[in-house]
Design a binder for this molecule. Structure first.
Ligand code: PNS
Length: 177
């Protein structure tokens, strides 16, 4: 369940603040959605940005991932979606974003996130990275594990939105068939 909270935080933050939540989102999980719900209250606009990265072998195309995200962010009117390539900070700047949002699950996430945040700050000091702790019920969820469990016939209904679960089932069946 994505938490429903009072609008208090929004009332004390500048509505002109544009934040960006980048990632691979292959596919979007309930953990990502929790981060979107929470960070959308911290900014006037939140851009969920999917990396176009030809070097990986994704299960879903960028367009499919954007469709899945669009479907589940409908309840959040200030959330937009986009795809990007190249440097994240350049894309953020091109959209007027001054805040990068990343989720931290376990300590194991910290090192890579620390490196990326410092590199991004070196590249564009005017853009700040803000880390949100993953909700405790989501702190073990990753797109990678979701795909593995789904591919092996496990139940992922409580870790991804229903529309994503359906797409996963279809894609995996098509791959097997
Ligand atoms: O969901 P992910 O795979 O953890 O997201 C990683 C992402 C997309 C945030 C990161 O790979 C990224 O920002 N890539 C864009 C290229 C870039 O700016 N690289 C330098 C980052 S320090």
């Amino acid at each position: 369940m994505v938490s429903e909270e009072p609008e208090l935080i929004k009332s004390v933050l500048p509505s002109s603040l544009v934040a960006i939540y980048p990632g691979s989102f292959d596919p979007i999980t309930n953990g990502h959605l929790d981060l979107i719900a929470r960070s959308s209250r911290m900014a006037g606009r939140l851009i969920v940005a999917v990396l176009r990265n030809q070097s990986k072998h994704p299960l879903f195309s960028v367009e499919e991932r954007l469709e899945m995200i669009a479907d589940v962010v409908k309840p959040y009117p200030n959330v937009e979606i986009a795809a990007f390539e190249g440097l994240l900070v350049d894309f953020a700047a091109s959209r007027g974003a001054t805040m990068i949002v990343r989720g931290i699950r376990a300590v194991s996430d910290y090192e890579l996130e620390w490196e990326m945040a410092l590199m991004n700050r070196r590249l564009k000091p005017e853009i700040e990275t803000v880390f949100l702790m993953a909700g405790e019920e989501y702190s073990f969820i990753s797109s990678h594990l979701v795909k593995e469990v789904a591919a092996l016939g496990g139940n992922v209904s409580d870790v991804v939105p229903p529309s994503v679960e359906q797409r996963l089932k279809k894609r995996i069946a098509a791959k097997k068939g």
